[in-house]
Design a protein around this ligand. Structure first.
Ligand SMILES: Nc1nc2c(ncn2[C@@H]2O[C@H](COP(=O)(O)OP(=O)(O)OP(=O)(O)O)[C@@H](O)[C@H]2O)c(=O)[nH]1
Ligand SMILES: [Zn+2]
Length: 352
């Protein structure tokens, strides 16, 4: 594999490569994609063949995706023929009532779940972010910002709260202003790994990105492009290469994440509850009024908080609801497929 491509985080877990035709999606803009081959950046659009074959929104490229491309005579342009299989993907529900997922970002190794230390922690939201991260196939790291604005007591309290819900997840406290904790954070940003940021508005994501990229680079966050009519439009960049060679994804889409098929992720996020469930007397225990319910026992003993249990139940309900919607959609598609087949068969034999 060529060196330039490796710089963009290429690794052999994404197989199927046609080495010199590889590029990575840096920014998605309506029908155009800004891509990089590790040396040059250019714009690409989807080939006609691609558009004909794409059936769901999940087939379309997202920031972080690897694509097989063909450069056009105009050196600045290319067409995308294929999106390579993803090793991880963040999916959100598309707007509207359709139960169709949409890729927010792909091929992410680590997710920084960013929270600030000077506000009370929203534990439930933290659980959701962790769940979404496991669900995507990436690993979480909790980053607590604004260390400079918080007392040691705040820091201790919040870290203890995080530890309760983020079992086994690394926690790093930092200040993007003083630089405290940055060295520790850089351990989670090795060269060629792709890291995405997830967190509510105002927690300090943009400030952190700027800090990590170094002062001179921050100007490039919004690059100005001339569109076809010669006007200047501002393009928001979604993927950055850090000075140490790590890749950083900061895309607005990550803020609108909703749950999607998190069956296995729920076990990892709520492993404390799952462990209790295994000890319930009945395997189909609803953890309600059944005798020998270990979950109710833990609640009564204060080993498990009512809030965490409710949050677990709520997530399970949401996931079950999503799953029903998806199953329904699949059944409908199957039905339509057979309708089409039988129509074709009828037409075929009509004129015999
Ligand atoms: N004291 C202190 N302030 C910080 C730190 N990080 C960010 N801030 C401030 O917090 C405010 C919000 O920071 P942003 O980086 O814009 O937050 P964001 O998460 O990108 O917010 P959105 O863009 O709305 O999602 C700004 O006024 C920053 O200067 C920090 O480590 N210490
Ligand atoms: Zn039970």
């Amino acid at each position: 594999m060529n060196k330039a491509i490796e710089k963009l985080g290429w690794d052999d877990s994404i197989r199927d490569a046609e080495n010199d035709k590889l590029a990575r999606i840096i920014t998605v803009q309506k029908n155009s994609y800004r891509i990089s081959d590790g040396e040059v950046e250019y714009f690409a659009h989807l080939s006609g063949k691609f558009l004909n074959q794409a059936t769901t929104a999940l087939d379309f490229p997202a920031v972080g995706d690897w694509a097989e491309v063909q450069k056009l005579a105009d050196e600045q342009k290319a067409v995308i023929h294929r999106v390579l299989p993803r090793k991880s993907q963040f999916i959100r529900q598309a707007a509207g009532l359709k139960t169709e997922g949409q890729i927010v970002a792909a091929n992410i190794d680590l997710v920084f779940i960013v929270n600030s230390l000077n506000h009370d922690l929203n534990v439930r939201r933290m659980e959701r972010y962790i769940l979404a991260t496991y669900e995507s196939g990436a690993s979480p790291v909790v980053v607590l910002t604004k260390l400079d604005e918080s007392t040691p007591e705040d820091v201790m309290r919040i870290i203890a709260q995080v530890e309760e819900v983020a079992i086994g997840v690394p926690i790093v406290a930092i200040s993007s202003i003083t630089g405290e904790g940055m060295e520790e954070l850089l351990k989670y940003l090795p060269a060629q790994k792709t890291v995405a940021l997830l967190g509510s508005s105002g927690v300090g994501k943009s400030t952190l990105v700027n800090k990590l990229l170094g002062e001179e680079v921050q100007e490039t966050k919004d690059i100005r492009e001339a569109d076809s009519k010669g006007r200047h439009t501002t393009t928001h960049r979604e993927m950055f290469i850090m000075p140490n060679g790590a890749l950083l994804i900061d895309t607005p889409g990550m803020r609108e994440l909703q749950l999607w098929d998190g069956d296995s992720a729920i076990d990892t996020t709520f492993q404390d509850i799952e462990a209790l469930v295994l000890e319930c007397r009945f395997t189909d225990c609803q953890h309600d009024t059944e005798p020998g319910c270990r979950v109710q026992e833990a609640l009564a003993a204060g080993e498990l908080t009512e809030e965490r249990f409710q949050s677990y139940l709520k997530l399970q309900r949401e996931l079950a609801y999503e799953k029903r919607k998806q199953d329904q959609k699949a059944r409908l598609e199957e039905k339509n497929k057979w309708k089409q087949v039988s129509k074709e068969l009828k037409n075929k034999y009509k004129f015999r």
